[in-house]
Design a binder for this molecule. Structure first.
Ligand code: NDP
Length: 308
């Protein structure tokens, strides 16, 4: 069985920053990239708010830079998905891809968060055929077409505004009579001519045929009245859920499934396990805050290993 001093799960800004710090501290970290190498940022186009890039940088490009920076100091970055963990005793027992077994003296969890879906059978049926949770990844395919964005938060407004620059008509399907997004984002939406906000509407069904999405059947939140819109693309922007399935029953999670940490530290309910990035952060969820928390996790981990 392979023995590892510091095992990092996840390859977003939190995981790679933890790997940079841990490798510079001679902890010989091993990082598993997980299901989505590079994390959520690889699904965005341009990142303009990460300090140090005055002209902005592509998401994939930035993650490649972080990966190379971690490798430069000796971090072992590997492809692979962690399929089980046993945190009952140290060293922790971890299995990769159901076959490779590792004993880890410490663990940094940076598994991030994933987009939420409505849970409709019809939505599932047309996934990848008009149903998407990433406008910046897939918007390009809907140039001069009509699309809908579900949600009324900042993400939905941002995605609707982005899609409006490509598409003919963008509908926002909002279940409440108001938008939850910040004032600035709301103003941008209301000032965009080809965005129409449909308040108090829920999606009852995504409509389509063999070629993909053709429309959506909507139901009014209070009256129950049903209407249909004709669309080619259906974009979800209703938030994210933390990727913590592996840790249920082993680490303390909050009501929404985010890993609980002690105060400003990265310490979880199990000594020797640290959490960083979106997996423990329901409120900020920025690349820079994730990177900062990756640094904190590596420093906490280093102190823990030194004290052993
Ligand atoms: P939010 O949780 O803020 O918003 C989710 C939206 O989806 C809400 O309008 C919510 O409706 C709606 N929703 C949730 N579930 C359903 C459902 N089942 N059916 C229909 N609608 C649903 O998530 P965001 O991803 O927008 O934002 C997350 C965080 O990231 C926020 O703090 C946000 O400010 C931040 N952010 C900041 C950006 C920026 O500053 N540039 C850009 C993007 C995000 P309801 O209001 O009724 O609950």
């Amino acid at each position: 069985m392979e023995k590892v001093r510091c095992l990092i799960i996840g390859s977003g800004p939190a995981g790679f920053t933890a790997a940079i710090y841990a490798s510079r501290a001679n902890l010989s970290p091993v990082l598993y990239e997980g299901i989505e190498p590079g994390g959520q940022l690889t699904t965005t186009t341009q990142i303009e708010n990460f300090p140090g890039y005055p002209e902005g940088i592509g998401g994939t490009e930035m993650m490649e830079d972080l990966r190379r920076q971690a490798q430069r100091f000796g971090a072992h970055v590997r492809r692979g998905i962690i399929t089980s963990v046993d945190l009952r005793q140290r060293p922790f027992h971890v299995t990769v891809d159901n076959e490779h077994e590792i004993e880890a003296e410490s663990l940094i969890v940076a598994t991030g968060a994933s987009a939420r879906y409505l849970g409709l059978e019809s939505e599932n049926r047309f996934r990848g055929m008009g149903v998407s949770a990433c406008a910046t990844c897939d918007g390009f395919f809907y140039r001069r077409k009509d699309v809908a964005v579900v949600g009324g938060g900042d993400t939905a407004c941002e995605e609707a505004t982005y899609l409006a620059s490509l598409c003919r008509q963008v509908y926002m399907i909002v279940r409440k009579p108001y938008l939850r997004a910040s004032k600035a984002m709301q103003e941008r939406v209301f000032a965009t001519e080809n965005i129409k906000v449909l308040f108090e509407q829920n999606t009852a069904e995504v409509l389509g045929d063999d070629n993909g999405v053709t429309g959506a059947r909507l139901r009014h939140s209070t009256t129950g009245e049903e209407t249909q819109i004709a669309i080619d693309g259906f974009f979800l922007a209703i938030g994210h859920h933390p990727n913590t399935e592996l840790f249920k029953g082993q680490l303390e999670l909050d009501d929404e499934g985010y890993i609980k940490v002690w105060g400003a530290s990265s310490k979880t309910s199990v000594e020797g396990v640290f959490a960083a990035g979106d997996v423990k952060d329901p409120s900020y969820r920025q690349a820079i805050t994730a990177a900062g928390s990756g640094c904190i996790a590596a420093l906490d981990c280093e102190r823990f290993l030194l004290a052993q």
